[in-house]
Design a protein around this ligand. Structure first.
Ligand code: MG
Length: 248
């Protein structure tokens, strides 16, 4: 599929989609605490998204059985909400997509549950910072893999593993559009970024090694060494100046 350039009309719809997603994430963050079940977080997300007349982008996506992805500790992404209870010291990644008038936005955050370890706090902070390091390269005229290389160079200082099997992506009428955006070093510079592209930068960072595997549910991605993992994602718009954050 070709990389799409969004029209001003499409961009307006995606801005509205992103505004709703921001509300969802803000409301979900408020209920993260020890004792809550991951499917309670999913239920609240479903309720808020429906209240705006929107559809959760992940629901039924390739058969995904819930409204959002909830991934705990060594789970990297695509965790299926369940009766699992969050415990003090856990970290939980929420990945949320909103389909408004046919246009998607996508964002993820990792939150600490109650008091978390210093190591877990650093992992979450570095993952968030990695997004912003990549964002600095997301200017028209730069190349896609300038983002990849900047994220890699930043994260390398911490000795963490950058997940390679899952990547960022274009977004719009489809949840996942071209181009694919790796968050690790590339030998080429990739395509030239142009005004009107909408992409998701979403580093997934493991405290240990980069390798991941899939659970038998065929969805949940975990780190192979079972080290904890964090995820931070926003949908952004390439402009004629600094990139616009649609979900932050
Ligand atoms: Mg995404």
């Amino acid at each position: 599929m070709a990389v799409t350039i969004k029209s001003p009309r499409e961009i307006e719809i995606m801005r509205a989609s992103g505004r709703i997603l921001k509300v969802v994430l803000a409301e979900l963050e408020k209920i993260i605490r020890p004792g809550i079940k991951t499917n309670e977080i999913d239920a609240l997300a479903a309720k808020i998204i429906a209240s705006y007349g929107c559809i959760p982008s992940f629901l039924n996506y390739n058969g995904f059985p819930a409204s959002i992805c909830v991934s705990v500790n060594e789970e990297v992404v695509h965790g299926i909400p369940s009766s699992r209870i969050l415990l003090e010291g856990d970290i939980v990644s929420l990945d949320v997509g909103v389909n408004y008038k046919g246009y998607h936005t996508d964002a993820a955050r990792t939150f600490g549950v109650g008091q978390v370890s210093k190591e877990a706090m650093q992992l979450m902070n570095v993952t968030k910072q990695a997004f912003f390091v990549g964002l600095e390269k997301a200017w028209a005229g730069n190349h896609l893999y300038d983002i990849s290389n900047a994220v890699d160079a930043f994260v390398a200082q911490f000795g963490y593993g950058i997940v390679r099997d899952l990547v960022g992506h274009g977004i719009g009428l489809e949840l996942h559009e071209d181009p694919q955006l790796p968050h690790f070093r590339q030998k080429r510079r990739g395509l030239r970024l142009r005004q009107g592209m909408t992409i998701c930068i979403e580093p997934m960072i493991n405290m240990g090694y980069a390798e991941v595997e899939w659970l038998d549910d065929e969805w949940t991605v975990i780190s192979e060494d079972r080290s904890w993992s964090a995820h931070y994602e926003n949908t952004i718009l390439i402009t004629d100046g600094q990139p616009e954050l649609l979900t932050l």
